[in-house]
Design a protein around this ligand. Structure first.
Ligand SMILES: [Ca+2]
Ligand SMILES: [Ca+2]
Length: 227
């Protein structure tokens, strides 16, 4: 993790498949039963959605351990972060970030890291779009494929000190945030930063995007914060 000037820690990368699998091997019934009753009592499993994982847009084959874990719903992401002693990134100072405050650096841990705090950048690397700095569609076109890349593999996709070392806040995969409009399975939670098929304005730190809490998709992953 990286300690930011605002006094909280954020994962340097999206959570990988390898990390998620290692945590899943420790899961007990008590952990499933111990989920947030109001929001996640419907979530019976932390197994990534099987058909989603078979999608041709999800990494296939043997070299996917360091790719972001995708095909997990918001509750899976939240449970993972809690399980490893962190929390799904939310509000600076504690708790969920208000759904309306997605572009407020003084409130959102995720957004603050992405814009480098008071520097108020538009992208992690600066104020101007760089087509190949992060894994969006322009990068993919140069690479010859639109897909996830191993987390943290693009040194150009990070900020300068003291916000350096936090990778892929723009692109690679969308990231769940602890920022939902109301409580329950069908309510909408923030997705941050866009993914590998987006370009330009869809890869900004302040992208306004959400999905239902119970949704899982090959383009959605997450990272954790602490405290
Ligand atoms: Ca689940
Ligand atoms: Ca990302």
């Amino acid at each position: 993790m990286v300690l930011l000037p605002e006094g909280y820690w954020i994962d340097s990368t999206e959570v990988t498949r390898g990390q998620y699998a290692a945590w899943r091997a420790t899961i007990t019934r008590a952990i499933i039963n111990g989920q947030d009753a109001a929001n996640c009592s419907w979530n019976e499993t932390f197994i990534p959605d099987a058909s989603c994982m078979r999608d041709r847009d999800a990494c296939q084959g043997t070299n996917c351990e360091n790719h972001p874990q995708v095909c997990v719903d918001w509750c899976d992401a939240s449970a993972y972060c809690k399980g490893v002693g962190k929390r799904l990134c939310g509000k600076i100072g504690g708790g969920a970030n208000a759904h309306a405050d997605y572009a407020k650096a003084s409130a959102s841990q995720w957004y603050n890291a992405c814009v480098s705090g008071s520097a108020a950048n538009t992208y992690p690397y600066g104020k101007t779009y760089n087509a190949t700095a992060c894994n969006g569609a322009n990068y993919g076109t140069a690479l010859g494929t639109h897909a996830t890349v191993a987390v943290g593999s693009l040194p150009s996709c990070q900020a300068s000190a003291p916000y350096a070392g936090v990778y892929d806040l723009s692109g690679n995969v969308n990231e769940w945030e602890d920022s939902c409009d109301t409580d329950g399975q069908s309510d909408h939670c923030r997705l941050r930063g866009g993914y590998f098929s987006y370009v330009g304005d869809f890869l900004v730190c302040g992208l306004d995007d959400s999905s239902p809490r119970g949704y899982a998709n090959y383009a959605i992953g997450f990272r954790c914060c602490a405290p």
